[in-house]
Design a protein around this ligand. Sequence first.
Ligand SMILES: [Zn+2]
Length: 94
Amino acid sequence: MNLLQKLFGGSSAKSEQRYYTFSVKCNRCGEVIEGHVDLNNDLSVEYGEGGDVFQAHKTLIGENRCFQRMEVELKFTSARELIERQVTGGQFVS
Ligand SMILES: [Zn+2]
């Protein structure tokens, strides 16, 4: 067993749900940048009357010569289901 397999515990069904992945397209240069949220570590909880909301914030910067930053906001339920997502500086393509 190599190190990566030890770290990620092999390929179980659980590990597939650990990351929420998305792609955003830069409004300035059109570059598509992929990002992901670690649902175990990247979420901060906000306690609400209708249930707890788990939020994540990501800043994406492309590899082209473009200084546009894309700020991504994601909200999940306690079951890690996406409630809503927003991006400034770009748009979601997946
Ligand atoms: Zn760009």
